[in-house]
Design a protein around this ligand. Structure first.
Ligand SMILES: Cc1ncc(COP(=O)(O)O)c(C=O)c1O
Length: 508
């Protein structure tokens, strides 16, 4: 019998489980009376959602509905006493409205989110994936590079995708403005950061890197400069170079050997940056939380940078795609929330694809702090050059932002334990590698300078450990002796990866 989750509303018990029934499966909600007898059951199944009144053998199909869970919850929300009366229930039904609402919300969340099975990954099936992570290298190489997680999809996302496939509902998407995506984003920003924004200032794009490129074209001319903090996610360099702009490199300061590595994070030192910029420097390409170091910049660091942006009159393209994966003790602060001035010059670019692990669905949002910068962005290239947005990405993103936080919470907890495991392992078994506890996301930025690995750490580990890491050289000049490890996998697979790295170093 699968685990039941129970919620009490006065004398009624609401019980949620996730089950299979023949070929069908899905979440089930039972409402039981004070004596424990089942009064009502909603089986919100994939193929034939239905309900049972009183006598569990009688079943009534919902008919075609968009969302069987929503159908059940909305029915109860609008008339719980009426539903109970249909079962012959004669107990009290004068429920407190807010208690009833809180119970229904908790029930809905539980119906939508069975426990995620994060520990239960099978290497052989992962290897059959066709995504970039699993398909770039030969079969004997264990991939731990590109930013994909190995975990199963959040159930609410799986359900919207399955629904579309079951119904062959893959026609043209309705206009992005009507999908509810922009509203879902604004509500999320309000809930997470108390940041009040309007859907009118939100554009939907296919991906974050696209937004960086369009931003480069919109806010600068060929030959103008763009500031990039290195080490950095490599497409930042491409966005500058391929649009003919000039790279203004601003190196983060690596922690000093011998200092307490946990606390001395990669630092933004603005002094060298002040000396490197000139009047043709127009754009700050900012990454926060930062890939690859995992830094989540503090308010004082951000304010100093925002002040420099004000003095230099920069547009800030703030890539905040890793914002969902921040560890306890750290706080993500959207750059645009720092001040009115920061807001007016900032394009905030983010997506559900990183936190909820759906990068193949190619959906992203850009928020503009002023109508003026939004108009410049929209005028930079004809709209069709930006491409159309896929229906599945739109619906999956709404499902992620509206319904999948329980999954995200589990993933974050799991990643936090993986982070501790990596730190412990590296410090004990690979003491020559310096490592910093990332404040966010699932990368360990491995400082391999003391090992002098030839020709590079990533190449060495690829050849001698059969593990594919991301090569530090791609993250900027001066970072060639670093490598990025992706630890978003099961603990067992992570252990295998780390043991391979340690063995290769021991046998070198
Ligand atoms: C900082 C950063 N920005 C952007 C992306 C990619 O986003 P998208 O796939 O939406 O272009 C990644 C992917 O790892 C990333 O780490």
């Amino acid at each position: 019998m699968p685990a039941l989750t129970r919620f009490q509303l006065e004398q009624l018990s609401f019980q949620v489980d996730h089950r299979r029934a023949g070929e069908d499966s899905g979440p089930s909600l039972r409402i039981c009376d004070a004596g424990g007898a089942e009064r009502l059951r909603f089986d919100c199944f994939r193929f034939t959602p239905h309900f049972h009144l009183d006598d569990a053998s009688e079943f009534t199909g919902y008919g075609p509905v968009l969302d069987p869970i929503r159908w059940a919850i909305e029915g109860l929300r609008s008339d719980l006493p009426g539903w109970l009366a249909r079962t012959g229930y004669t107990g009290p039904t004068d429920f407190d409205v807010s208690e009833c609402e809180a119970t229904l919300q908790a029930v809905e969340s539980s119906l939508r989110n069975p426990p995620a099975r994060l520990d239960d990954l099978d290497l052989a099936s992962l290897k059959t994936r066709l995504s970039e992570k699993w398909n770039t290298y030969p079969d004997d190489i264990h991939p731990a590079w590109v930013a994909e997680m190995d975990f199963p999809l959040a159930e609410p996302i799986r359900r919207v995708l399955e629904r579309a496939v079951d119904l062959s509902d893959i026609g043209y998407p309705i206009a992005p403005r009507d999908t509810g995506l922009r509203e879902a984003f604004c509500d999320r920003m309000q809930k997470l950061y108390d940041w009040e924004i309007t859907p009118r200032r939100v554009e939907i794009l296919t991906d974050v890197v696209q937004a960086l490129y369009v931003g480069m074209l919109a806010y600068s001319e060929p030959g103008d400069g763009a500031v990039v903090q290195t080490s950095i996610y490599p497409p930042f360099f491409d966005a500058v170079r391929e649009t003919g702009r000039k790279l203004v490199e601003h190196r983060l300061i690596a922690p000093v050997a011998g200092r307490e590595m946990d606390r001395a994070g990669y630092q933004l030192d603005l002094e060298p940056l002040r000396g490197a910029v000139d009047p043709r420097t127009r754009i700050l390409l900012f990454c926060n939380p930062h890939n690859p170091t995992g830094r989540v910049f503090r308010r004082d660091e951000l304010e100093a940078l925002a002040e420099l942006a004000r003095q230099q009159d920069w547009i800030v393209l703030s890539d905040e795609i890793h914002q969902d994966l921040v560890y306890p003790g750290f706080e993500h602060i959207p750059f645009a929330t720092l001040s009115d001035d920061a807001a007016s010059r900032t394009v905030t670019i983010t997506s559900a694809t990183k936190g909820f692990n759906i990068p193949g669905l190619r959906t992203c949002v850009a928020h503009f702090g002023s109508a003026e910068i939004q108009a410049r962005f929209n005028g930079a290239v004809p709209r069709h050059v930006r491409g159309g947005i896929g229906l599945l990405g739109l619906y999956a993103t709404v499902a992620a932002w509206r319904h999948s936080d329980p999954w995200l919470d589990e993933v974050r907890d799991y990643l936090e334990q993986n982070r501790a495991f990596v730190l412990d392992f590296v410090r004990n078994e690979l003491p020559e590698i310096r490592i910093q506890a990332p404040e966010s996301t699932y990368f360990a930025w491995l400082d391999c300078r003391d090992l002098s690995l030839d020709p590079s750490p990533a190449r060495f580990f690829y050849e001698h450990a059969k593990v594919a890491l991301s090569d530090g050289a791609n993250f900027g000049t001066g970072w060639e002796d670093f490598a990025r490890l992706n630890f978003a996998t099961s603990r067992a697979l992570l252990r295998e990866i780390l043991e391979k790295l340690a063995k290769a170093v021991r046998n070198r």
